[in-house]
Design a protein around this ligand. Structure first.
Ligand SMILES: NC(=O)c1ccc[n+]([C@@H]2O[C@H](COP(=O)([O-])OP(=O)(O)OC[C@H]3O[C@@H](n4cnc5c(N)ncnc54)[C@H](O)[C@@H]3O)[C@@H](O)[C@H]2O)c1
Length: 340
């Protein structure tokens, strides 16, 4: 079995398996366990022992609503699960974010296992230890770092994932290629669908390395935000109608063009961003008249440091940061993206 280690506030492994149920039952053993799963994915549980306790969740971001979080905590507290028990989140990134947050806060912290079923969940949400829910004022505003005890990756889950969610998840895969592992870019160019197993494990390896060096995002982890400054703003501006990965794709093009202008990224490397994201069928520009709102959102993003700052690339695989930008140059780049 292939496995990748992550050294965060605790050490854990990301295990690549085909028999995910066997791997889960082996790990849980005699421990008390509760599964958290969206009702829409319930068929995934066929084959697990019927007496496995489960809590059903709504689909998508509703899982990360404060009311769902409280409801799940209450339901967990009505069972006999104690501090040695374990929660298991089976689903996309929304499910693992919620499960981790419930686990972090129930009895001041119990173990949890992530079983991601979406591509975004596998390559991004389940690995790294960030857990949380949304508030009315914004996404992911309540949360803590609480790493899972184990991540179980079964590529077979992706067979039922929609084409849109698969492509959206590929934006994060491509990002890992641009910032660190150039082989990812070759594998996408060659045949991304056929190469998904290797693309997933390489992307997880990139995230695991970065998170192991800087768990709480003091500096190095920030490179994972390549493409995310504008991406997050577009996500918010679209009222979350667009997928995170679709917004990140546009953000990656923007970051590449900014890198070309200010950080010495070559024309060929910037061009590679356009080719790869277009090949994945992901969007590469956004509404022309949205610029001033997007700029305002970027400036007011609660997570941003004091100054608006971007992760850029000096060359493929070599990220840096840029703070001294001005609105005119950013707007020029944004509008240039629409003219291609
Ligand atoms: N914690 C982190 O570091 C981190 C990182 C990135 C994203 N996230 C969070 O993850 C969420 C986005 O992840 P997501 O795209 O997986 O969202 P999601 O969990 O909402 O899943 C997207 C859709 O895919 C469906 N789905 C999942 N697996 C499926 C399968 N195997 N077959 C069929 N349908 C399936 C889900 O039911 C849902 O409708 C956001 O809430 C985001 O904030 C967290």
């Amino acid at each position: 079995m292939k496995s990748i280690d992550v050294a965060a506030e605790r050490r854990y492994s990301v295990d690549f398996v085909t028999d995910w149920q066997g791997a889960l039952l082996d790990y849980v053993g005699e421990k008390q366990a509760i599964l958290l799963v969206p009702e829409s994915l319930i068929q995934i549980l066929a084959g697990l022992p019927k007496d496995f306790r489960r809590i059903l969740l709504p689909d998508g971001e509703l899982q990360k609503d404060a009311s769902t979080y409280i409801r799940v905590l209450e339901e967990v507290s009505q069972t006999s699960l104690n501090r040695t028990g374990v929660l298991i989140g089976i689903g996309g990134g929304a499910t693992t974010d919620l499960t981790g947050f419930v686990a972090a806060t129930y009895l001041r912290g119990i173990e949890w296992i992530a079983v991601p079923t979406s591509l975004a969940g596998m390559v991004d949400a389940a690995v790294g230890g960030k857990t949380g829910i949304n508030l009315r004022t914004g996404k992911n505003l309540a949360g803590v770092f609480h790493s899972p005890a184990k991540v179980i990756v079964n590529i077979g889950f992706l067979k039922t994932l929609s084409d849109r969610d698969l492509r959206a998840g590929m934006a994060e895969v491509a990002k890992c290629g641009f910032i660190s592992d150039l082989k990812i870019l070759d594998l996408i160019r060659e045949d991304w669908q056929a190469n998904i197993p290797e693309l997933v494990s390489r992307s997880i390896a990139v995230k695991a390395q970065v998170v192991s060096r800087d768990f709480k995002e003091s500096f190095e982890r920030e490179i994972l935000n390549y493409g995310h400054t504008l991406g997050h703003a577009i996500e918010k501006h679209s009222n979350y109608a667009m997928r995170h990965g679709e917004c990140v794709s546009i953000g990656l093009i923007f970051a590449a063009e900014l890198s070309r202008l200010r950080s010495g990224l070559s024309d060929a490397a910037a061009e590679k961003h356009h080719q790869i994201l277009a090949q994945l069928g992901l969007p590469t520009s956004y509404a022309k008249d949205a610029w001033s709102s997007l700029y305002e959102i970027m400036q007011s993003d609660k997570k941003k440091k004091s100054k608006l700052r971007f992760v850029t690339l000096k060359q493929l695989g070599e990220p840096t940061r840029l703070e001294d930008t001005n609105e005119a140059e950013l707007q020029h780049i944004y509008e240039g993206m629409l003219k291609r």
